[in-house]
Design a protein around this ligand. Structure first.
Ligand SMILES: Nc1nc2c(ncn2[C@@H]2O[C@H](COP(=O)(O)OP(=O)(O)OP(=O)(O)O)[C@@H](O)[C@H]2O)c(=O)[nH]1
Ligand SMILES: [K+]
Ligand SMILES: [Mg+2]
Length: 507
């Protein structure tokens, strides 16, 4: 805040809108999942009804899990297991399930009873672990449908109810969606950390700092002329805001990484014709994605394939060999290859180790790899791994073919020699590109997170610029509102719809 003469700038006794920092409820502390949290802002769609769904995957399987959530869960469980009573809470019991109307036996199943609020959704829940045959599953689903007050669940409705009852924050809901969809180890780690509430905790910590700063500013507004007020309250608020700005900026700089970890890093394989680019793509994706042939200029289009590269998700692109003076079709391929290179997060630059002196190799080294000392560091934080392929064609145990080249790896796609070294190098590079979910700070995996952090930062910018105490307090409230929305406070229905759309029925 740029306050020059505080006495003269005193504006109002309570700031704009009159809301004090007391209005803001500190978010739930992590603890047993039994506690409920008010004010998540999302009404559960159709809450009141009891929902049921198959929660395990579709199709024939050993065990299928069907669950219910809502006030009639206990009644449903009793109806299907009559004449037995409800099992003890949270312990598995073997029961004969029968149709409540016809009495026809359906299956011997393990049943579980989770009285609310100590359940996933916070409501009364029941689980039926039945044999996974399609007829058993549909029989039990039909039986549940015949119990009054029960209806099939919509996609994501269990999780939405958990959110509405304060069992999960919005970032945790996103973590859960990501965990269900995680295809690589790094994605799983990231999702689990988010589900465990790490990002939420970070935001809560930041929001707490803002609440303190706001309290200081409001105290000054209220008692600025009082002698009792501790010296330097506004300076304290300013320094808290400065620290927060630094922290938020650091996280925003990393924002792209988390998004890459969610959707896959762009890894582009490029090099002169016949270097073995397609051979490498096939080797890394463990399937014949691209045609390999001794004829230079085989690959023309950009061929994309999603792969798990050393535990990280990547979109691997094979491209046409870069060379000049070719026909129009190959020329178009070369143009597309160059275009794709610009979008790469990581370039896998491939050269034929036995052909490093050819004009196309030299040209590629000069224009794409850029020799040390010859050019500036790569723009836009793009990374590059230089791979000299066909090492099997070099004399065995001979010297490095080109010690003057930038750091490089030797590989033979033919024999597989050097593949482990390449995967290890890829793991390190991708940890830079996507962030390392085993060690790094919590990642911002969604544009939504980035948007609100930026909004918070902008509001802090206004705080610093304004000379008006009331507006400064308002800017702090706005900044805190953005942090709250990351974890789900006051979320609009549309945002919730988008997030819950990631879920399937039964989750
Ligand atoms: N000896 C040896 N030959 C290889 C190796 N890798 C690929 N080749 C051969 O090199 C030739 C070219 O391989 P490709 O994978 O088609 O090369 P490319 O870079 O995709 O070629 P273009 O798409 O034409 O630019 C093929 O005959 C491959 O069998 C290797 O490690 N050692
Ligand atoms: K080729
Ligand atoms: Mg090729």
């Amino acid at each position: 805040m740029m306050i020059e003469n505080r006495g003269a700038l005193y504006q109002s006794r309570r700031g704009v809108g009159g809301a004090s920092c007391q209005d803001w409820k500190p978010p739930r502390q992590r603890g047993p999942r039994s506690c409920t949290r008010q004010g998540s802002g999302a009404p559960a769609p159709g809450s009141g009804a009891t929902i049921f769904a198959l929660s395990s995957g579709q199709g024939r399987c050993g065990i299928a899990v069907i669950r219910t959530s809502g006030p009639s869960s206990g009644h449903a469980l009793r109806s299907l297991t009559a004449p037995r009573d409800l099992p003890p809470a949270r312990s598995a019991c073997l029961r004969l399930l029968s149709h409540p109307r016809s009495g026809e036996p359906l299956d011997h199943a393990l049943v579980l009873w989770f009285p609310g609020p100590q359940s996933f959704t916070g409501e009364d829940c029941a689980e039926f672990h039945v044999h996974g045959g399609p007829a058993v599953v549909s029989g039990v689903l039909q039986a549940l449908g015949s119990v009054p007050g029960l209806r099939p669940a919509e996609a994501g409705e269990f999780t939405r109810r958990a959110f509405a009852h304060g069992k999960l924050s919005l970032t945790e809901v996103e973590g859960l969606a990501d965990l269900i969809h995680a295809e690589t180890e790094a994605q799983r780690r990231q999702a689990l950390r988010q589900l465990d509430g790490e990002l939420g905790h970070l935001c809560h910590g930041w929001a707490k700092t803002l609440t303190k700063a706001l309290a200081h500013v409001e105290a000054y507004i209220d008692f600025g002329e009082d002698d009792n007020l501790e010296e330097g309250v506004l300076e304290q608020a300013d320094s808290q805001v400065r620290e927060l700005e630094l922290a938020l900026s650091a996280h925003l700089r990393d924002a792209r990484r988390g998004q890459r970890l969610r959707s896959g890093a762009h890894v582009v394989v490029a090099g002169p014709p016949n270097a073995g680019k397609s051979s490498l793509v096939n080797l890394l994706s463990r399937k014949p994605v691209s045609i390999v042939s001794p004829e230079p200029g085989t690959t023309r289009d950009v061929l994309e394939t999603p792969v798990d590269l050393a535990g990280f998700p990547a979109l691997l692109s094979d491209t046409a060999g870069l060379r000049e003076g070719v026909g129009p079709v190959e020329q178009e391929g070369v143009r597309r290859a160059r275009e794709r290179l610009e979008q790469a997060d990581l370039i896998l630059a491939v050269l034929d180790a036995s052909d490093l002196a050819s004009p196309s190799s030299c040209n590629f080294l000069d224009t794409v790899v850029v020799r040390p000392g010859a050019g500036s560091p790569r723009e836009n934080s793009q990374r590059l791994l230089l791979v000299l392929n066909k090492s099997d064609l070099l004399p065995r145990g001979g010297p490095d073919p080109r010690p003057d080249l930038p750091p490089h790896l030797l590989l033979s796609c033919l024999t597989g020699e050097g593949l482990n070294g390449l995967l290890e190098a890829l793991r390190k590079e991708l940890a830079e590109v996507c962030g390392d979910p085993s060690t790094g700070p919590p990642l911002l995996t969604r544009v939504r997170h980035q948007h609100h952090l930026q909004g918070c930062l902008d509001a802090l910018g206004h705080y610093k610029q304004t000379k008006d105490l009331a507006l400064a307090a308002e800017a702090l409230r706005l900044a805190r509102g953005h942090l709250g929305r990351i974890t789900g406070g006051g979320g609009t229905e549309e945002v919730l719809d988008i997030i819950f759309r990631d879920f399937c029925v039964g989750k």
